[in-house]
Ligand binder design. Structure first.
Ligand code: ATP
Length: 331
């Protein structure tokens, strides 16, 4: 039986993660769940946001299902997601954004973009320098190996999922060293995939075009910070960040998590949209080679298109549990 490490997390994580587990149980996949305490709650209890023991346990599992965890602004502990992506070398962050119609809050119809974000380098590499009280530096790291593996992952993803185009997004006109390396590696690797269209965009122009004509994008491959920002933009176009599912994949380990954070403004109200983590769990089943992922995606898609039991972020009046019950009824 496959073992899944489950991080319930903070804020709305405590409300939406159990709903994903309920859906997994409803598709009758046999999974052994190992619950891991991590995040702000764990930090307040134990003084550590995630223990070395917890990371060891996760390494012994087949996948990790992670709810959002709160990260303090400025000082305090480091983001759990960033720590795990780096410790477990999960270099590729796959973030699909699909719209289900303007009626339910989507800004544009027919948005179907997959953002492949580099997860371990860029400005998130963790190299920060205190020059003085008034001068701080954060290092933007780019390595050939890091660029090659993320761009190759994006092209392989496109090939496997019958996607037609890959757009490399960077800022190589200003960040001539790091962006330049990313751009030249992307060009090199694209030549090995003649069947897939390739283009490049500067990140600012990309953001503008995504807002105006998102249908022009298919797969986007980009560096860590740009990927973080553009995936929120893409989800905004689909209507709600509550639809944002994601996979973090490396050679050995994989973690599936909602794109959004712990949303303290709506936590405890029972109105968070659980679609993000339910769709993440579907990606997890595909990854570990179990049936059920397509059934879950189809059921969520039916509910979103029907629009009868939507949570308030999509303009409805349903609770988190009512939405999940409706998804389960459509499986
Ligand atoms: P964190 O500090 O943990 O990153 P945040 O509150 O800064 O979290 P997000 O949680 O990512 O940022 O999202 C911003 C807003 O989007 C939230 O305040 C909330 O109103 C809304 N939101 C996020 N996730 C959901 C969801 N699953 N369902 C409904 N609304 C959501």
């Amino acid at each position: 039986m496959k073992r899944i490490a489950v991080i319930t997390g903070d804020g709305i994580g405590r409300e939406i993660v159990p709903e994903a587990v309920r859906v997994l149980e409803a598709v009758e996949v046999e999974l052994d769940y190992v619950y891991i305490d991590a995040g702000e709650g764990a930090f307040k209890k134990t003084g550590s946001a995630i223990s070395a023991e917890a990371i060891k346990t996760m390494k012994g599992c087949d996948a990790i299902l992670k709810g959002p965890t709160t990260t303090p602004l400025g000082g305090g502990f480091r983001s759990i997601a960033v720590t795990l992506r780096q410790e477990l070398d999960m270099f590729a962050n796959v973030r699909p954004a699909k719209s289900y119609g303007k009626k339910y809050g989507a800004v544009h119809d027919n948005v179907d973009i997959v953002i492949v974000r580099e997860n371990t380098e860029g400005l998130y590499c963790g190299i920060e320098i205190d020059e003085s009280d008034d001068v701080k530096k954060s290092v933007l790291l780019a390595t050939r190996n890091g660029c090659e593996r993320i761009v190759s992952y994006a092209f392989e993803y496109a090939k496997k999922n019958n996607r037609k185009k890959v757009t490399a997004v960077h800022k190589a006109n200003i960040l001539k060293k790091t962006g330049g390396l990313f751009s030249s590696v992307a060009k090199e690797i694209s030549s090995g995939y003649p069947g897939i269209e390739f283009d490049e965009k500067l990140v600012d122009a990309c953001a503008m075009l995504m807002a105006k004509e998102p249908q022009k994008f298919d797969v986007i491959v980009t560096t860590n910070l740009f990927g973080d920002i553009l995936s929120d933009l893409a989800l905004g176009l689909t209507g709600s960040i509550g639809l944002g599912a994601s996979a973090n994949v490396g050679e050995k380990y994989a973690m599936f998590e909602a794109v959004h954070g712990s949303a303290s403004d709506i936590a405890g109200k029972g109105i968070a949209n659980p679609a993000s983590i339910i769709l993440s769990s579907a990606m997890m089943l595909d990854h570990i080679g179990l049936e059920g992922g397509s059934r879950i995606r189809n059921a969520v898609e039916k509910c979103l298109k029907e629009g009868k039991k939507l949570t308030p972020d999509l303009g409805g009046g349903a609770t988190t549990t009512e939405f999940t019950d409706y998804v389960i009824s459509k499986l």
